[in-house]
Design a protein around this ligand. Structure first.
Ligand code: SF4
Length: 491
């Protein structure tokens, strides 16, 4: 008998990508297999994001795109979970706006998805289940269908206590809860045995990890990193996301001495004005941030720093914004993710005075991108002729191109063969064009010994890390009216 099919559309951050892997695990355990088109799917799950208002509109648009298919295929189950569903009253809104949505569930009861799906199949009734009761321990025991290639995500903690005034996360993901160290070590070791080459520890603020060891002693983030670093495999260890107020000297020391931890640190500054940082409730000043950067650069001279920046926060003046550009130039980041501030319902910043005009915000973002490009172009030019150890992450068969990642997460493109995927190779940078870095493998004699590995990739398969991809996929479905008509004629 043909297996039933599922499709998961993921919006938002890496945390959601990994939670979609858990949802995929539940579906696969229940006999479903992945498909790439909603017209084939028996279950479609939207794993939603609430970080920006336009993300919400995109998700609503995407759910709307499924209406036609649901009419043609009424047994298809549509579920909506994640941060958007968890927000106050959103579950009711989704249920009333989209009468063809069958299940709504929140971030806290992801582990209940199996039971909710069974109940829907048995009773045929629509279900909305949002809970504040944290079933996090259950979530950690779920089977995970990993689809992130050579990388495996590992949650070390959930929730956030920081309440940055622009952010909805503490309201939809609750307070911080750290996993016991032994559970994390067990999961990491199993992944390394399976052959994963990169482990990325996940948490909203990993630096405030406070787990317990088997004797009940408190374990801080530096100790956890040091313990994972002891594993005797060839692998790379990353973590995200760091909060500058909590990144300790001990963590920097562990990174500096480690064998496996990437010398790439993502440290969101968000803004270069002390007035705005206070208004964002970030609890550090530019002076403290720059001191931390100095310490990092002194202890880890080859560090590659990356950051997030919000432009146009309420009350941001031209002078405040110049402060942000100034920090960018001082730190010389290897990558900068710039965002325009957007109001989030339910946050403190939503009610602040002096919201900035859209045009001003857009102009500031363009200016930020100009400065970012100047910095990154200069930094990438400095890489010419140097050799780096990189992880080969993927391969394009048409052009025999390998895509490899540096410690900073930036990509280097080289020619090579498929058996290199999942291997660490030394690459010499040979040219840089428009910030795309090209290189060649130096240790070519090793290549013949590499065995082909079978990593599962997310791209165009089950879990779509970029919301645009989700939208594109559904648009393709809409265009694919023939498939919908065929379904209707089968009815
Ligand atoms: S640290 Fe701030 S920005 Fe990050 S999740 Fe917590 S509240 Fe949001």
């Amino acid at each position: 008998m043909e297996k039933k099919k599922y499709l998961i559309l993921t919006f938002g951050c890496q945390m959601n990508v990994h939670e979609s892997e858990k949802l995929a695990g539940i579906l696969e355990k229940n006999g479903y297999e992945v498909c790439t088109n909603a017209t084939q799917a028996d279950v479609v799950v939207f794993n939603t994001c609430a970080i920006r208002e336009n993300a919400e509109q995109k998700i609503y648009g995407n759910i709307g795109e499924l209406k036609n298919i649901k009419v043609a295929k009424p047994d298809m189950i549509i579920a909506v979970g994640g941060c958007m569903s968890q927000q106050n009253n959103y579950a009711n809104e989704i249920m009333s706006k989209f009468p063809y949505v069958d299940i709504v569930f929140g971030t806290h009861n992801l582990a209940d998805f199996e039971a909710l799906l069974k109940k829907k199949i048995e009773t045929g009734k629509r279900i909305s289940s949002i809970t504040e009761d944290e079933t996090i321990a259950l979530r950690d025991s779920l089977q995970i269908a990993r689809t992130s290639g050579t990388n495996a995500w590992v949650n070390i903690m959930y929730g956030c206590n920081n309440f940055c005034t622009y952010c909805i996360v503490p309201y939809v993901r609750g307070r911080e809860v750290s996993r016991p160290e032994k559970d994390i070590l067990r999961e990491v070791e199993a992944l390394l045995k399976e052959g994963y080459k990169q482990i990325t520890l996940l948490g909203q603020n990993v630096n405030s990890y406070r787990g317990k060891d088997e004797e009940g002693n408190e374990i801080s983030f530096d100790k956890l990193l040091a313990d994972i670093d002891k594993f005797d495999y060839k692998f790379r260890l990353r973590f995200m996301t760091s909060h500058p107020k909590d990144l300790s000297s001990e963590v920097i020391d562990v990174i500096a001495k480690s064998k496996h931890i990437c010398h790439g640190i993502h440290l969101p500054i968000q803004c270069g004005s002390d007035k705005i940082l206070a208004s964002m409730n970030r609890k550090y000043t530019t002076e403290k941030y720059l001191k931390l950067i100095d310490e990092i650069k002194t202890k880890i001279p080859d560090v590659e720093l990356t950051t997030d920046i919000i432009v146009g926060f309420p009350g941001e003046t031209d002078e405040d914004f110049e402060g942000t550009l100034d920090i960018m130039r001082k730190v010389e980041y290897m990558q900068i993710f710039g965002f325009i501030y957007s109001k989030r319902k339910g946050t403190v910043a939503e009610k602040m005075a002096d919201h900035i005009e859209t045009k001003v915000k857009k102009d500031r973002l363009s200016r930020l991108l100009e400065v970012k490009n100047e910095i990154i172009n200069r930094k990438t030019q400095e890489m010419l002729g140097k050799t780096y150890e990189v992880l080969v992450e993927s391969f394009d068969e048409k052009t025999n191109t390998l895509y490899c990642s540096l410690d900073s997460g930036k990509t280097i493109t080289v020619k090579g063969t498929k058996n290199c995927i999942g291997e660490f190779v030394d690459v010499k940078v040979t040219s840089v064009r428009k910030s795309v870095i090209y290189g060649e493998i130096v240790n070519t004699e090793d290549i013949a010994n590499f065995k082909e590995k079978n990593f599962k990739y997310p791209i165009e398969v089950s879990i779509l890390p970029k919301d645009q991809k989700g939208l594109k996929l559904l648009r393709e479905n809409k265009k694919n009216q023939k498939a919908v008509n065929d379904l209707k004629s089968k009815k």
